[in-house]
Design a protein around this ligand. Structure first.
Ligand code: ASP
Ligand code: MG
Length: 410
């Protein structure tokens, strides 16, 4: 019997109406005779009573004075509520279901409270319930240490719970249900004619997720990729198929890999560019700068080292600390605040000439200077001023024909 993992995010569970849609998706698969494992997030968004942020709010007035262990106990409550409420809805429909905490489901983690890593998943109990034709509902985002303490996996961790369970249970597919119709060619709040993609490769979606696209947690993609489990990102509120995420080779062999070089765009805002120049000379400038950043846990990006100096970026909230450190070292950096990192992503660009030319042309024609760039075999990044972000994204989207070309798989 095929096994499917279905994960429902906070907005899919926030009210009775949305939970009605959730129920339909579960019952549909169950009635097809599949073994169904459901992973839930906490209900709703920040401000709504049982959302993870709202739980955190309860201790904020005490200056967050709560040890990691107890903080994880608090954080785990949101998913517990979702799981039990969903269980009751299924029972009301005459479907037998069981709700399990991460620990009860056999998800064993290390003891890094707040960002625990899954060490192992012991599936026996879940398999037993599934064999008894029960829907198994597992609280996302949490696990248990070997000594029985509750842990959480880091914000957004229920996606990882879902793909990790999919891998351990050898699921046919992991469906990530959310409030959008799959993975889009760009963020629709910035690009009005962004379109849902039929298929993307693990690598492409991982790049998108690492570069600011919020649709799935990058760690969840990595877990699925390692196990080779297909993932579908789809909407709770429609019957659409969403986006299939799998190995590029598989997509190619099935003839659903189109020949476009670029698949989508992603972006990150509030980036600060720092430039330190020197007359060509001793190389210890580089060493001193990057050592200082590292020892203060400042993550650096867009790193460009030249004999005449270094250029790099830090996120906006690290900027003043980074500048202060540089000044302490006796440097006077040129600081450019409020930049945006735009990622042009596509598994098809590897070895294809002309991709950068299209980017440069689109941005030049829109009057947007490129402040820095970097590239890998599947992504080209450009740093621009945040003011130009909307124009740049729209121009790049059009230049690569992302608004009109048929999606893969058509
Ligand atoms: N509820 C958790 C969070 O808000 C986990 C998740 O939703 O993925 O981070
Ligand atoms: Mg989430």
């Amino acid at each position: 019997m095929e096994l499917i993992v279905q994960k429902f995010g906070g907005t899919s569970l926030s009210d009775a109406q949305s939970r009605g849609y959730v129920l339909r998706h579960i019952i549909r698969e169950f009635k097809l005779g599949k073994r169904v494992v459901v992973v839930v997030s906490a209900m709703g968004r920040s401000g709504e009573p049982y959302a993870t942020d709202s739980l955190l709010e309860l201790v904020r007035s005490n200056g967050n004075a709560l040890p990691g262990r107890e903080r994880d106990m608090l954080l785990s409550c949101g998913e517990l509520i979702s799981a039990t409420v969903l269980c009751s809805l299924l029972h009301a429909e005459g479907i037998s279901a069981v709700a399990l905490t991460g620990g009860q489901a056999g998800i064993l983690t290390d003891d890094h409270y707040g960002s625990a890593r899954i060490l192992e998943i012991q599936c026996e109990r879940m398999l037993r319930h599934l064999a008894e034709h029960q829907v198994v509902i597992v609280t996302g985002f949490q696990g248990m240490t070997r000594s029985g303490e509750i842990t959480t996996l880091g914000r957004g961790g229920s996606d990882t719970s879902a793909t990790a369970l999919g891998a351990a249970l050898k699921a046919g597919v992991v469906d990530i249900y959310t409030d959008v119709d799959g993975i889009l060619t760009a963020d629709p709040r910035w690009v009005s004619n962004a379109r849902p993609l039929k298929t993307v490769s693990y690598e492409e979606i991982s790049n998108m997720a690492h570069n600011g696209a919020k649709v799935i947690h990058p760690r969840a993609v990595e877990v699925a990729m390692k196990a080779g489990i297909p993932v579908r990102v789809r909407s709770t509120f429609s019957e659409g198929e969403g986006t299939l995420v799998t190995h590029a080779e598989l997509l190619k062999s099935q003839g659903v890999w189109y020949d476009k070089t670029v698949t989508g765009l992603a972006h990150v805002r509030d980036v600060t560019q720092l430039a330190v120049t020197q007359v060509e000379g001793p190389a210890d400038l580089q060493l001193r700068i990057f050592r200082a950043m590292a020892s203060h846990a400042i993550s650096v990006d867009f790193i460009n080292v030249m004999p005449t100096g270094v250029h790099y970026t830090v996120s906006g909230h690290d900027a003043s600390k980074a500048v202060a450190l540089l000044r302490e070292l006796g440097f006077e950096p040129r600081v450019r605040e409020r930049c945006a990192k735009v990622s042009v992503i596509g598994g098809g660009m590897n070895g294809e000439p002309g991709v950068m030319a299209v980017i440069v042309e689109a941005l030049t024609n829109s009057g947007i200077p490129i402040l820095q760039s970097a590239d890998s075999n599947t992504t080209i990044w450009v740093l621009i001023s945040e003011e130009g972000l909307a124009t740049a994204l729209q121009a790049l989207h059009t230049a690569f024909g992302l608004h009109l070309a048929p999606d893969r798989g058509h």
